[in-house]
Design a protein around this ligand. Structure first.
Ligand SMILES: [Zn+2]
Length: 326
């Protein structure tokens, strides 16, 4: 028997999924992963030797009060779609894996109404009801806050902001009978006011959509996640996990190894936009800060806002308006 202790994690990847099921049009295909593809993703992660932890274990690791083995990751689902219960939960239960879901507390048992005006077909999709949430919670799933109604938190006044954040905690704690301490910003959008109200509303940590690895010095209210798309093959997912980026293309691998070879041949510093898998700052580029954390994050879910193109941070980063999908 191998009694060698596992190497402890120096970084933890957080994966972000949305809906699992069938995409009914091209607009939906990015943020909806089919059941078959989701299974291929989980199998690939398992074969890579990766194991999920709970969100409490993850935050305990950040605090230094818990040790996680190397290749630990956190699996998250935003919005609380019923399809996760129907298509992902049975597989995860079979594997003995657990996940964290961020719920819109005012829409339990209803539909993703905030997407209706964005989806070209006008279609919306069912969200988890109380029965499914209770069943999944009994099997180790954690349910946390994604606000009350899924607004852009940077666009509402202070009173509404407090209601969305503190109110969602109250709603979910009443529903679950246990503390709700973690938040995922709707659309990934926040600013200094949102961060402050999240803290004063009693949250211990909050998840952004900034890609990259999480190390222990990561800002607790700007936790990083990798966005997994319905169009990602299992290979693309593994490349995302390897490089800590949302770019799962082969080009990412080519750039990385090409840059290393070039640097070795020329004894030159690495090209600034290439990221090393073991980069100490996750998504910080080597030799520069072109990808420095931005005050406002863009959540790409539901495409009501677009991901920012990679490049230098905006000159005036305060409260930019999301651009709606065409
Ligand atoms: Zn969302």
């Amino acid at each position: 028997m191998n009694t060698r202790p596992a190497t402890s994690a120096g970084r933890v990847t957080v994966l972000m999924y949305h809906r699992v099921g069938s995409a009914t049009n091209e607009w939906e295909s990015k943020y909806c992963v089919s059941a078959g593809r989701f299974a291929s993703h989980m199998k690939a992660l398992q074969q890579r030797g990766m194991q999920p932890c709970s969100v409490d274990e993850f935050v305990g690791w950040l605090d230094g009060s818990a040790v996680l083995p190397d290749k630990t990751f956190l699996l998250t689902f935003d919005d609380g779609f019923l399809g996760v219960y129907e298509h992902a939960f049975p597989l995860l239960a079979t594997m003995g894996w657990r996940a964290t879901m961020f719920l819109v507390s005012g829409l339990i048992g209803r539909e993703d109404e905030w997407c209706r005006r964005e989806n070209p077909s006008g279609k919306s999709h069912p969200l988890l009801g109380r029965r499914e949430i209770e069943e999944m919670a009994r099997r180790g799933f954690s349910f946390q806050s994604h606000s009350r109604s899924h607004p852009d938190l940077t666009k509402i006044d202070h009173r509404a902001l407090a209601d969305e954040l503190a109110g969602a905690r109250r709603d979910l704690e009443d529903l679950l009978g246990q503390p709700v301490l973690y938040l995922a910003y709707p659309y990934g959008r926040y600013d200094d006011t949102v961060l402050e109200v999240a803290r004063t509303s009693g949250y211990d940590a909050a998840f952004s959509v900034q890609p990259g690895f999480n190390r222990r010095d990561v800002d607790r209210f700007r936790l990083r996640r990798l966005d997994v798309f319905g169009t990602d093959t299992a290979g693309a997912l593994l490349r995302k996990v390897t490089y800590g980026t949302n770019d799962g293309s082969w080009w990412q691998s080519v750039r990385y190894y090409g840059e290393r070879i070039t640097a070795r041949l020329t004894n030159a510093p690495p090209i600034r936009t290439i990221r090393r898998p073991n980069d100490e700052r996750g998504d910080r580029p080597i030799g520069g800060n072109a990808f420095a954390l931005r005050p406002i994050q863009y959540h790409t879910e539901c495409r009501s806002v677009h991901a920012q193109p990679q490049g230098p941070p905006p000159t005036h980063p305060a409260r930019p308006r999301p651009s709606h999908s065409p």
